[in-house]
Design a protein around this ligand. Structure first.
Ligand SMILES: N[C@@H](CCC(=O)N[C@@H](CS)C(=O)NCC(=O)O)C(=O)O
Length: 200
C-alpha cells in the first residue's frame, strides 16, 4: 500500500496527489502538521532527512522530493502514461518542469513573502516587479501551449508538477493575464479535471 505523508495545503504534496489520482492508485494519507513541526520529529527525519513534506512510501521504498516521487510513480505504475514515449518529447517535458520550478522560484518566493506581510508593510514596487517578472516567464508556457490541450500535448507530469504553482499564481493575481489567453484556457481545462478539482 502506498502511504503519503501530507500537509493538505502544501503545493509539493498537491503535485503528488494529482499523479496518484490520475493513475488511480490506492493510497493512504498520513497528515503531518507543519505548524506543530511534525516534519522535524526524529521518526519523520528517518524518512526524510530534509524534514519536509511530502514523503511517499511504497512498501519498503521511502521517497521524498515531490517531482522525483512523481517520476517514480510514472516508472513503477506506467498506466496511464504521464510522459511521452518519444525520448526527445519526454526530455522536453522535463525541461518544462525544470523551467517552471527552478526559473520561477526567485520572483515567486519574492512575491509570496511580500504578500504574506501585513498589508501596511508590503512594498508595492516589489509586488509589481515580481508580478511583471512572472508574467514574462509565463510567456514561455503560452508559446509552448500553441494549439495543444496540455503543455506537451497529452496530459503529463509537466502539467501535474506545475499546476500547484499556477493555481498559486492565480491566488497572487498574476493569472489570469490578458496577454496569456492560451494559458487562461489551459487553466480552465486543468481545473475541470477531477485530479485537480480534488486539490483546489
Ligand atoms: N523540494 C521539495 C520541497 C518540499 C517542501 O519545501 N515542503 C514544504 C511544504 S510545501 C515543507 O515541508 N516545509 C516545512 C519545513 O520546511 O519545515 C519537494 O519538492 O518535495
Amino acid at each position: 500500500m502506498i502511504k503519503l505523508y501530507d500537509f493538505k495545503s502544501s503545493p509539493n504534496c498537491q503535485r503528488v496527489k494529482v499523479v496518484l489520482a490520475e493513475k488511480n492508485l490506492p493510497h493512504e494519507i498520513f497528515p503531518i502538521d507543519l505548524r506543530k513541526q511534525e516534519q522535524k520529529t526524529a521518526e519523520y527525519l528517518k524518512m526524510n532527512p530534509y524534514g519536509k513534506v511530502p514523503v511517499l512510501t511504497d512498501d519498503a521504498t521511502v521517497l521524498y522530493e515531490s517531482c522525483i516521487i512523481n517520476e517514480y510513480l510514472e516508472e513503477k505504475y506506467p498506466n496511464p502514461p504521464l510522459l511521452p514515449k518519444d525520448p526527445g518529447k519526454k526530455a522536453k517535458a522535463r525541461i518544462l518542469i525544470d523551467y517552471g520550478m527552478a526559473h520561477f522560484d526567485n520572483p515567486y518566493q519574492k512575491l509570496r513573502m511580500e504578500l504574506t506581510k501585513d498589508p501596511k508593510e508590503q512594498s508595492q514596487p516589489i509586488i509589481d516587479g515580481a508580478k511583471k517578472e512572472l508574467s514574462k516567464l509565463l510567456q514561455r508556457f503560452e508559446e509552448e501551449l500553441g494549439d495543444q490541450q496540455y503543455l506537451v500535448g497529452d496530459f503529463s507530469l509537466a502539467d501535474a508538477d506545475l499546476i500547484p504553482r499556477f493555481t498559486r499564481l492565480e491566488g497572487f493575481g498574476v493569472l489570469p493575464d490578458p496577454s496569456l489567453p492560451r494559458l487562461t484556457k489551459y487553466m480552465e481545462r486543468m481545473k475541470a479535471r477531477p485530479s485537480i478539482k480534488a486539490i483546489l
